[in-house]
Design a protein around this ligand. Structure first.
Ligand code: HEC
Length: 134
């Protein structure tokens, strides 16, 4: 089994900072996403409902939470990941815990672009040349 580097990855940090600054720049909605506390031991984001502890018990047994941070994805993506963990990696079926864990993963490690933000954020992808004519 591969060993993964502990702690936040450069990509994860940049991604987060990027989203935050875009949210701030788009004005007003930043309050919806306060900086969330990390559990220092597992590295998981602590949610208010405490589902992170369930996720910790089932998803950081074999690898660190860094993998979750690196693999931000949609709900479908997380379902596929869980299935793969079950089929190939030896995760025991989560049963009734699958739904809360899935909700937690999507909320904390989802793709953090809401359709309304998407409309506002689409423009920067095609910016005019930085140095026009120079
Ligand atoms: C029994 C051990 C085990 C458990 C439990 C486990 N994983 Fe994994 N997981 C692995 C291994 C091993 C890899 C690395 C596979 C590789 O390098 O190809 C991995 C890789 C990953 C990756 C990296 C992307 C990928 O698909 O390879 C993600 C994301 C992930 N796991 C999420 C989870 C989540 C979410 C849970 C809890 C629901 C979980 N894992 C539980 C063993 C486990």
């Amino acid at each position: 089994m591969k060993r993964w580097p502990p702690g936040r990855t450069r990509f994860g940090g940049l991604f987060h900072a990027g989203v935050l600054s875009l949210v701030l720049a788009s004005g007003g909605v930043a309050a919806q996403e306060p900086a969330q506390p990390l559990d220092p031991e597992s590295g998981l984001i602590k949610d208010e409902a405490g589902v992170w502890q369930t996720a910790r018990d089932h998803c950081t047994e074999c690898h660190s939470a860094t993998l979750l941070q690196q693999n931000r994805t949609s709900r479908d993506g997380w379902i596929r990941t869980i299935r793969r963990m079950e089929k190939d990696e030896g995760l025991k079926p989560l049963g009734d815990l699958e739904k809360p864990i899935l909700d937690y993963l999507v909320a904390q490690y989802g793709v953090q672009v809401k359709p309304t933000e998407l409309r506002r954020r689409r423009a920067p992808l095609r910016q005019p040349p930085v140095a026009d004519g120079e």
